[in-house]
Design a protein around this ligand. Structure first.
Ligand code: BMA
Length: 314
């Protein structure tokens, strides 16, 4: 039996917390991540003291130390022009779309009708062009593939039906223009019963293109009498047809364990929205207990080797 963990936590976690912000807020947590002008850029969800979230960026030249946060919010909800952002904007996943030389940020807008998926484009992380609502409520955990697949953009998303007992699963959709999304297909189902990913799953980071297929990191939620536990798992999709699941790991690969992950505004949560891959190293940036941001690293080859063991599992 395997004993070694796939991910190793950075020894000085948490990397960032609300005290690192130059202004007052309640918490800073789930973050998108990308490389930008030779820096690592995080676009962090910051919850203000009203309870409404906005996005603020932090940059670091080594991706670990000396983070420089914007003096003020980078992307604020605009409820006057975008009523869907009434209760804030959350959980950004950043994908660099080399074809249009822009970064696409898929984020959750918290509307009065529930959470929904919005997209904004940027080329400088100073100004953002909002595409607006792309998928109506209830939907969240959207992550855009970094390149077109068979001539179309692709995106993972997580619609929720009000029909009793149907659960919350990961779907895939396709688009010609990033605005209109169709060809929806149920991709990965939450498991049932006592599984770690029963009832509710959602994409964590944007899909990663590898020689073996699209690597998917997703979160699974286990409900217990003392609340939910948010953990992470892996799946692999076919490169040419990402509607095809090659494999899906049975076990979770990362789980709240350290005090900063176990205790916060929402206990027992690890929630990544971004990862940076350089050579064979994966750096995962994740929200901890809805309170702070941490980093963990893994070898890409080991993640692939692990998930491939489950070939044929859906
Ligand atoms: C999910 C999302 C995340 C959050 C998590 C735990 O549904 O809203 O933003 O971190 O719950 O509270």
């Amino acid at each position: 039996m395997e004993k070694k963990e796939l991910f190793t936590r950075y020894s000085r976690n948490p990397l960032l917390n609300v005290k690192d912000l130059p202004y007052k807020a309640n918490s800073l947590f789930n973050t998108g991540a990308t490389k930008f002008n030779d820096t690592t850029l995080l676009l962090m969800r910051v919850e203000d003291r009203r309870g409404i979230s906005h996005l603020t960026k932090a940059v670091s030249s080594d991706g670990i130390t000396n983070w420089k946060c914007d003096e003020k919010p980078t992307l604020m909800p605009q409820p006057d022009r975008h009523p869907e952002e009434f209760w804030g904007i959350e959980d950004p996943r950043i994908s660099y779309l080399s074809e249009i030389r822009k970064w696409a940020v898929a984020y959750t807008s918290f509307s009065k009708a529930g959470p929904l998926v919005s997209i904004a484009l940027t080329d400088d992380f100073i100004t953002f062009e909002r595409i607006g609502i792309v998928l109506p409520p209830e939907n969240k955990d959207a992550a855009i593939f970094p390149e077109k697949v068979n001539g179309q953009w692709a995106m993972l998303h997580r619609p929720v039906s009000t029909f009793p007992g149907t659960g919350a699963h990961i779907w895939i959709a396709f688009s010609d223009d990033l605005i209109h999304w169709g060809k929806h297909k149920l991709l990965l189902k939450a498991r049932e019963g006592s599984w770690w990913d029963a009832e509710k799953i959602g994409a964590s980071t944007p899909p990663l293109k590898t020689d073996e297929g699209w690597l998917i990191l997703y979160h699974g939620v286990k409900r217990t009498v003392s609340g939910c536990i948010y953990r992470l798992g892996l799946a692999l999709l076919d490169l040419d047809d990402p509607c095809k699941v090659i494999s899906r790991g049975d076990e979770w690969i990362f789980s709240p364990e350290e005090e900063y992950e176990m205790i916060g505004d929402v206990d027992k949560v690890v929630f990544p929205c971004g990862w940076i891959i350089e050579d064979n190293e994966v750096r995962l940036y994740y929200g901890c207990a809805d309170k702070s941001i941490s980093m963990a690293t893994a070898k890409l080859s080991e993640l692939l080797q692990w998930v491939k063991k489950y070939e044929g599992r859906q």
